[in-house]
Design a binder for this molecule. Sequence first.
Ligand code: PGA
Length: 240
Amino acid sequence: MKLIIGSKEDVSAQAAQRYVELLGKKPDAVLGLATGSTPLALYAELARLCAEGKVSFARAKSYNLDEYIGLDGSHDQSYRYFMDHNLFQHIDIKPENTHVPSGFVKDDEEAARYDAEIDAAGGIDLQLLGIGNNGHIGFNEPLTPFTSVTHIVKLTDSTREANKRFFSSLDEVPTHAVTMGIHTVMKARSIMLLAFGEGKAEIIKKTVQGRPDTAVPASLLQLHEDVTLYLDEAAASKLS
Ligand code: PGA
């Protein structure tokens, strides 16, 4: 794993440059995108670079990691809504080229069609990830099988608790989500994981220095040949 450590603004700007390089070489690249508070500085930088004409997403396609079950794109806590408002409306990507898993899939067989769609688009060139306090990537909670493709998950209490701040009460936080699997993520040609703040320091240590283990899903990224972690000093503070 490659590590890039600096201020959040600095490493977010460096992460943004990866899109400038990739889309410069391959304008129709396939991008795996993520929600959460972590990528917001990166998304703001991409909007700025796009407005300045330094990057174009006009021919790119995007596939998001995950979505809550039962929320449609008009719900302000759906991940489709998040992406539209925090990125897609501020860059030149074509709305029809943006994909977020449907929050209305009825079973895993239907959910897995997302992998087939990604494959048909040529596979993900660059996958962006955040990391949960328990090491989840997407909504792949601890002990998710290494071979998993896009599937429905029951959210852990800790994840629902962590996300409750966005809803009016814990009861309103959906109980299930649909997420790319670990295998879906590992198939990406390159992966970038961003993590900021002291709250992520312990899990970053396990991700980088622990044995690859499904108990810490992000640690499995050690088995991928092109992964870069973009960390602020606080998130990197427990690395030796
Ligand atoms: P965060 O969430 O970016 O809001 O910290 C990350 C995650 O849970 O994957």
